[in-house]
Write a protein that binds this ligand. Structure first.
Ligand SMILES: Nc1ncnc2c1ncn2[C@@H]1O[C@H](COP(=O)(O)OP(=O)(O)OP(=O)(O)O)[C@@H](O)[C@H]1O
Ligand SMILES: [Mg+2]
Length: 479
């Protein structure tokens, strides 16, 4: 049998029922007869007193009354005079009223003693309860009743009680089953909810049916479940955020380390060159003026490169620091493109570059920092000039593109491989190191462009086109 509350309650209630039925049976068999006897004695004494009283007052209907009492108690009543047999009723002398009382006892009664005793009928072996009272004028009142009937009644009562007991037991068992079921159901339900909660499943709720203590407990558990659910999900969120923060910090740390190693690596070459050429000058390695000039030029050149790099780095770090905002103003982008293109005219001529500018619109207004946008354009054009090849064409265009202005710089030359396309936007990344070094590139140009365009929330990218590459960016039109 399962050791659960339902079984316990059932067993408890069943035992209780059995105990009550058993106890009542024991009391019934043991004490019912005595109780009957007691009641019989009391009634004989009571009637005895009543008749004694009537006799004293010489009441008229005494005979009728005595007959009535005889019928009520189911016995006989005699008023007996031992000196001459006198009696109120009829024919009782034939039963031999003196038969139970000895002469000595009669004498005692006549002297004033009251007797209440049980006697065995010598012939019929039936027990009688006899009550004798002294009356005036040497009369004795004798009330007697058979107590065989009492025994019989008790036996019948016992038999009946067996049926009652069985019925009570049946009803008791039924109630025990029903009660244990209805009482334990909500507790089992509560237990189920609490177990799910222990497994951090807060979807199960207790259905509150009654407003009793169990119902209230159910409500409390539901409340607890909700609060726990809320708190645990908040904790989880905070934990997630913390993990993200740690990850971000780790990445930033890594980036910073990479950046510092890149910077020192980038500075190594010019410093070594400057140091070498300066030492050469000091030790008079260059004898003629021309080579001395060359030495000096290298030193100046390398110093310039270092200067540019420091300037770029400063600019980049400024833009990447979180609280940077750009100066926003509304300006005509077509004019800015035109102006920049014109600045490059002579350089294109000098280098035999065939350059074109195509603009689909005029007076196109955008919002942003014009000097920074110019910087983007300059970077793209410079890169185009430095990486030009093939037919030596540079085409700059400005057109409407899905409600935005799109500006592109195309140059003929080598394609950029797919895997390089993402990397070129990072600091210090150069595809061809020696070529970049020739024109004094640091690999920071596109990183600065990316920062500027991110601050403008612009789209940008690079595409390989026929015989060359195109760098592009977009700006939202100002409406
Ligand atoms: N138009 C282009 N054609 C081919 N490769 C290009 C072009 N533009 C950029 N690249 C490649 O991308 C790299 C990164 O360009 P980025 O402008 O960031 O640096 P840089 O030009 O080398 O130096 P900086 O612009 O700081 O002087 C270049 O070194 C080059 O290899
Ligand atoms: Mg560049």
């Amino acid at each position: 049998m399962k050791n659960n509350i339902r079984t316990k309650l059932f067993v408890g209630l069943s035992l209780f029922t059995c105990m009550i039925v058993g106890l009542s049976w024991v009391l019934n068999t043991k004490y019912l007869e005595n109780y009957y006897m007691k009641k019989k004695r009391e009634s004989l004494i009571q009637y005895g007193k009543e008749i004694e009283h009537m006799f004293k007052n010489h009441e008229d209907h005494m005979d009728n009354e005595i007959e009535r009492i005889e019928n009520t108690i189911g016995g006989n009543i005699t008023i007996y005079n031992p000196y001459f047999n006198h009696r109120g009723g009829m024919g009782f002398s034939k039963m031999g009223m003196g038969m139970f009382l000895s002469n000595k006892e009669m004498k005692e009664v006549l002297e004033g003693k009251r007797i209440l005793e049980t006697f065995l009928h010598p012939k019929f072996k039936v027990k009688f309860l006899v009550h004798a009272i002294p009356l005036e004028g040497d009369n004795i009142l004798i009330l007697q009743t058979s107590i065989g009937a009492i025994k019989e009644s008790v036996e019948i009562g016992k038999g009946f009680h067996v049926y009652i007991g069985m019925l009570a037991l049946g009803v008791g068992m039924f109630l025990a089953i029903w009660l244990s079921k209805t009482f334990t159901k909500p507790i089992v339900e509560l237990n189920r909810v609490a177990k799910s909660m222990a497994k951090l499943d807060f979807s199960k709720k207790y259905e509150v049916k009654a407003n009793d203590e169990i119902g209230q407990l159910g409500e409390t558990i539901n409340y607890l479940s909700n609060t726990l659910n809320h708190t645990i999900s908040e904790l989880n969120e905070a934990n997630e955020k913390l993990k993200e923060d740690i990850e971000r910090k780790r990445k930033i740390d890594l980036m910073r380390k990479e950046f510092i190693s890149s910077v020192s690596h980038e500075l190594k070459t010019p410093i070594a060159l400057i140091q070498g050429y300066a030492e050469g000058l000091k030790e008079k390695v260059a004898e003629d003026e021309e080579s001395q000039d060359f030495y000096c030029e290298v030193i100046i050149d390398e110093a310039e490169k270092m200067g540019k790099m420091v300037k770029d780095l400063l600019e980049l770090s400024q833009m990447e620091s979180k609280n940077t905002t750009i100066q926003r103003e509304v300006f005509h982008i077509d004019e800015l493109v035109e102006k920049t293109y014109k600045k490059y005219k002579s350089i294109f001529n000098d280098r035999d570059i065939k350059a074109t500018l195509k603009k689909s619109n005029k007076n196109v207004e955008v919002m942003g920092d014009p000097s920074k946008i110019e910087q983007v354009l300059v970077n793209f054009i410079n890169n185009g000039i430095h990486h030009i090849g093939g037919e030596k064409n540079i085409n700059i265009y400005m057109e409407d593109h899905k409600g935005k202005v799109r500006i592109g710089v195309y140059n003929t030359g080598d394609f950029i491989r797919e895997e390089e396309m993402k990397k070129i936007w990072g600091s210090f990344y150069k595809i061809d190191k020696s070529r970049t070094r020739e024109y004094g590139g640091t690999g920071l140009g596109l990183a600065i462009v990316k920062s500027i365009l991110n601050l403008h929330h612009s789209n940008f990218g690079v595409i390989n086109r026929n015989d060359g590459v195109e760098f592009w960016f977009e700006l939202k039109k100002y409406l």
